[in-house]
Design a protein around this ligand. Structure first.
Ligand code: SF4
Ligand code: FES
Length: 245
């Protein structure tokens, strides 16, 4: 395939950016989207030009490092991570616009790379449990009903990619935070800090500049791991209980 790419180029956080047009040729439909960008970067380097900066690590849909706004959709036209998106999802001759996540809480570092340390600070505020160290406890000592275990596992699938924030018109991180809160609140180990957790995570979320949820649902539709919107209900329920308590 031959493609036209309009890519956001921005030299640094304090620079203004703009879309720059590039052409790539002979792209195989079996390439991943990031491999297609690798091809472009090899060509730019060969010409002595600055390659396009973008994030990736595992390239297997696990780590959450990759994330691009592709023709206006977080992670592109398929419900997957950018690294697992393949060029067969595009057509020969297509014009593809590639931008970084857009949110005040995710400032652009360079080109397509954004700073998502705001997510780390939300996790530091409460996304953990306190346990005594030592040998692993006997697994059957704290039985967990199957529906609770399944829901905890579902919520734990969140990889922290930030697509939910990028897709949301309010740049809210409620789906991400709801997944983390649900993951822990379904398990016995998450109960002692349940109230304190939700209060401090929500405080940190707001302090970072993320917006509130207005039930648009774009977050869930963009989520590559299929985290459902009802984790936000769990978060809100825990928050109401904590505020009353
Ligand atoms: S909830 Fe989904 S979209 Fe949001 S950070 Fe987690 S995996 Fe990514
Ligand atoms: S690079 Fe790890 S999820 Fe895409």
């Amino acid at each position: 395939m031959n493609l036209t790419l309009k890519i956001w180029r921005q030299a640094g956080p304090r620079h203004t950016g703009e879309l720059t047009t590039y052409k790539v040729q002979d792209i195989s439909e079996d390439m991943s989207f990031l491999e297609m960008l690798d091809v472009l970067n090899e060509e730019l380097i060969a010409k002595g030009e600055e390659p396009v900066a973008f994030d990736s690590d595992c390239r297997e849909g696990i780590c959450g490092m990759c994330g691009l706004m592709i023709s206006g959709e977080a992670h592109g036209p398929e419900r997957t991570t950018t690294c697992q998106l393949h060029m067969r999802s595009f057509s020969d001759g297509e014009v593809i616009t590639i931008e970084p996540w857009r949110a005040n809480a995710f400032p652009v570092i360079k080109d397509l790379v954004v700073d998502r340390s705001s997510f780390d600070r939300i996790i530091q505020a409460g996304g953990y449990i306190s346990v005594n160290t030592g040998a692993a406890p006997e697994a059957n000592a704290a039985p967990v009903p199957k529906p609770n275990a399944d829901r905890a596992f579902m919520a734990a699938e969140c990889i922290g990619c930030g697509a939910c924030v990028a897709a949301c018109p309010n740049a809210s991180a409620m789906l991400f935070m709801g997944a983390k809160v649900t993951h822990l609140s379904e398990l016995p180990q998450g109960q002692p800090e349940r109230s304190a957790r939700v209060l401090s995570m929500v405080d940190q979320h707001d302090a970072e500049g993320f917006g509130g949820c207005t039930n648009v649902g774009a977050c869930s539709r963009a989520c590559p791991k299929g985290i459902p919107q009802d984790v936000i209900s769990t978060l809100n329920k825990d928050l109401r209980t904590s505020l009353r308590g």
